[in-house]
Every structure is written in structure tokens, then in C-alpha cells.
Design a protein around this ligand. Structure first.
Ligand code: ATP
Length: 376
């Protein structure tokens, strides 16, 4: 009997579990095809391939294990990296962050021989399509698998960074923005009480989109994003002067969001929030300055942004991506590709699609809008 396998790779993102639930339920209810859940991303496949590819008896044992350890039994058995998913195994997981199947990074996957071993394994298990859910790197791995074999490989963008330029949104972004708004609200309470400047460092890799979206949604006073180029001393002074100016006009506090991709000239080893804290503090304390007591506090928000209850927006997108993944898999002449959201329409786009110019325009628009809405 043929099946479809699904794995989660790279950094986890809220919405991964909602996607798993949707892809499994659609497989069982609508398509009548079994879904195999792969534990720990590519690493789970590589380890299994190593154990069974050249050992016929081990392969028979694995097939037997998969057939007998369905659903929860498979999830409980830690040794088994391939689990036949059933209805109950995905029940109650939709809103939970992370991924119940686990995600991992797997450096070996850069090696073609290792990818070939995975293709061999999937063929011997009669897998007709593989669904890979993850960020940029994971989707590169998926593209290579699709190019190097006749296996159908469907990629699904999931990363809170929103750094994939072929889709308006990836799974997890909506939840992460929600979490950041919640965090900014908490920091505002203390910033306002102590008349402080809080510098909060957000995730986003090389993209400033997460910081921009969070800035727009939370009303944070300032957003600093990598797209503006490296910050030198002069640029940091200008930012500090802007904050000081607002204080002069009666503003009591400020929340500054700095994206983790922001670079400095000369380069700095410390977290962005700390570099900016020192630069701002130094500026505020210069001789004759009006707000020498103004304090700056840094916070690196880190992995907090990855977790939490998945928003309805991400749950809906997960269901729509799963629907499109199945539609592509079920097309007799359909190939491989990535699910993408474009102007509220879900499409399957080819791997290696060029960046959408609309995405950069949308980012610029958000930044201008944020500036226009800020109170300084
Ligand atoms: P995020 O950016 O959200 O953390 P990601 O998917 O971009 O997610 P990476 O760590 O870049 O995370 O990649 C995850 C895994 O994908 C890698 O550990 C590796 O197994 C595989 N991968 C990444 N790049 C490649 C590549 N060029 N060739 C083959 N496999 C790759």
C-alpha cells in the first residue's frame, strides 16, 4: 500500500502541529491514503536509512514495526522514527506550538550520498510523496530531493522569520507577531513606570519583516531592521537623538525593536540590544544633555517567540497549505513544488522561484506606515 510521508525540519514554528493534523486527517478522511509521520526531520530518515538500507531483515522488521505501532503507540516508541499516523494521534494538537514529531537540523543532508540513501529508504517503504515543512534550508533540502529522484516532494513554508520571499506568509509568523505584541505590552508597563527606553531584540534572521509586523501591531516607537544596512556610530547617534527629541516633546518612554539581522560597522560580537543600549546610553549621558538620567534596558526575546498557542490565522493557513499539498500529490501529472500564499490565494510554486517584487514593496510599505503612525 502506498503512503505519503511528512517531516518537520529546521527551527520549529507554531502551526506545524496544525499542519500535521490537517495533512493526516485529509489523508485518512478524504484521500484514503496512509500518512507516515517522520520523527526529527531529515535526521530521522537518515538514521533509519542507515539501519535498514543494506539489511533486508531489518527492513522487514521496520515495516512490521510501522504496521503494528500506529498512532500513539508509534509516538511513544522512542526508537521508531517512522510512525503511521491515525486520527487519535493528531487529536488535541492543533493549537500547540512546536511539533509533536520533533524537528532537527541534519548537516549530513548536504551530502548527496546521504540524500540518495533517504530516497532508497522511501522507495522501499512505498512512499509516493514526501511533505517537508520548514524554513529556507529545509526547503533547499526538499528541492534537491525532488531534483535528484522521481519522488514527489512538496515543501511547506514554516518559519517565524517570514524571510521566504516567494510567499506572503509562512506558518508561524502570525503567532510570533501575536507573541511579540504580548511581550511589548508587558515591557510598556515597566518602561512607562520608570520612564525608560527598552531595546528588544527580535528574531527574523536576515529579514526585518517580523520586527516590522510586530512594530506595526504593537505600536512600538522604533523599529530597526537589517534592510537599512549596517549601523555605524553616527547612525546610532541619530536614532538616540530621535528618542531624545521625543522625550523633549513630553514622551515618557520608548520601546525599540531591533531585528537580529541588524549589523554594525565596525562589526560587534554582542547581541544587538546590548550594543544599542550602550550607544544610546552614551548619547543620553553626554555633557549638557537634557535627559542624563534616562535609562536604557535591553532584552533579547529569543526562543520565547517560537512557542505558545497557535493563532487561528496560523491554524487556517496550515489547513489551506495541507489541502494544496494533497491536491498536488493527487494530480496524476503533478510534480513537486512549494505551497505559497499570494494575495490570499494558496498556490503551488516551483522550487527556486525568484523573489516576489511585491514582497519587498510590502516590507517598505510597512516601514513607512510605521513611521507615519509613530508619535514622534
Ligand atoms: P529556520 O530558518 O526557520 O530555522 P531552516 O529550515 O532554514 O529553518 P536550516 O537549519 O537552515 O533551517 O535547515 C534545516 C535542515 O535542512 C538542515 O539541518 C539540513 O538538514 C537541511 N538543509 C539545509 N540546507 C541544505 C542544503 N543546502 N542542502 C541539503 N540540505 C539542506
Amino acid at each position: 500500500e502506498q503512503s505519503v510521508a511528512v517531516l518537520f525540519s529546521g527551527g520549529d514554528a507554531p502551526g506545524m502541529n496544525a499542519f500535521l493534523r490537517a495533512v493526516v486527517r485529509l489523508g485518512l478522511n478524504r484521500e484514503k491514503i496512509a500518512v507516515l509521520g517522520i520523527r526529527d526531520g531529515y535526521r530521522g530518515l537518515v538514521r533509519t536509512a542507515r539501519a535498514v538500507n543494506d539489511d533486508a531483515e531489518a527492513l522487514v522488521r521496520l515495516k512490521n514495526d510501522i504496521a503494528t505501532h500506529t498512532g500513539r503507540a508509534g509516538l511513544i516508541s522512542e526508537q521508531l522514527h517512522i510512525i503511521q499516523m491515525d486520527h487519535a494521534s493528531v487529536s488535541g494538537i492543533m493549537g500547540k506550538g512546536g511539533t509533536i514529531l520533533g524537528s532537527a537540523r541534519c548537516l549530513e543532508f548536504h551530502d548527496k550520498k546521504v540524500r540518495d540513501s533517504v530516497i532508497k529508504l522511501l522507495k522501499s517503504l512505498n512512499v509516493r510523496a514526501l511533505v517537508v515543512v520548514g524554513g529556507d534550508g529545509s526547503l533547499t533540502g526538499a528541492r534537491l530531493l525532488a531534483q535528484e529522484s522521481d519522488l514527489r516532494v512538496i515543501g511547506v513554508p514554516a518559519t517565524i522569520d517570514n524571510d521566504l520571499q516567494f510567499t506572503d506568509m509562512a506558518l508561524g509568523v502570525d503567532t510570533a507577531v501575536n507573541t511579540l505584541v504580548w511581550a511589548v505590552d508587558h515591557f510598556i508597563d515597566t518602561a512607562r513606570s520608570h520612564r525608560r527606553v527598552m531595546v528588544l531584540e527580535t528574531m527574523g534572521r536576515a529579514s526585518g519583516d517580523l520586527a516590522r509586523m510586530a512594530g506595526l501591531a504593537s505600536g512600538a516607537e522604533m523599529i530597526i531592521t537589517p534592510e537599512g544596512g549596517p549601523l555605524n556610530e553616527e547612525a546610532m547617534k541619530k536614532l538616540a537623538a530621535k528618542i531624545e527629541g521625543a522625550m523633549t516633546r513630553g514622551r515618557g518612554h520608548a520601546i525599540v525593536l531591533v531585528a537580529e539581522g541588524v549589523e554594525f560597522d565596525p562589526p560587534q560580537k554582542r547581541n544587538r540590544a546590548y550594543v544599542l543600549m550602550d550607544a544610546f546610553q552614551q548619547y543620553f549621558q553626554r555633557a549638557g544633555a537634557p535627559f542624563q538620567d534616562l535609562e536604557v534596558r535591553p532584552s533579547v526575546l529569543g526562543h520565547l517567540q517560537r512557542g505558545g498557542h497557535t493563532t487561528p490565522g496560523d491554524c487556517i493557513l496550515a489547513a489551506r497549505f495541507a489541502d494544496h499539498a494533497w491536491k498536488t500529490i493527487q494530480q496524476p501529472d503533478g510534480g513537486s513544488g512549494i505551497t505559497a500564499l499570494r494575495g490570499n490565494v494558496v498556490e503551488i510554486v516551483p522550487y527556486g522561484e525568484p523573489d516576489m517584487p511585491e514582497r519587498a514593496a510590502y516590507s517598505r510599505e510597512m516601514e513607512l506606515l510605521h513611521d507615519a503612525l509613530s508619535s514622534w
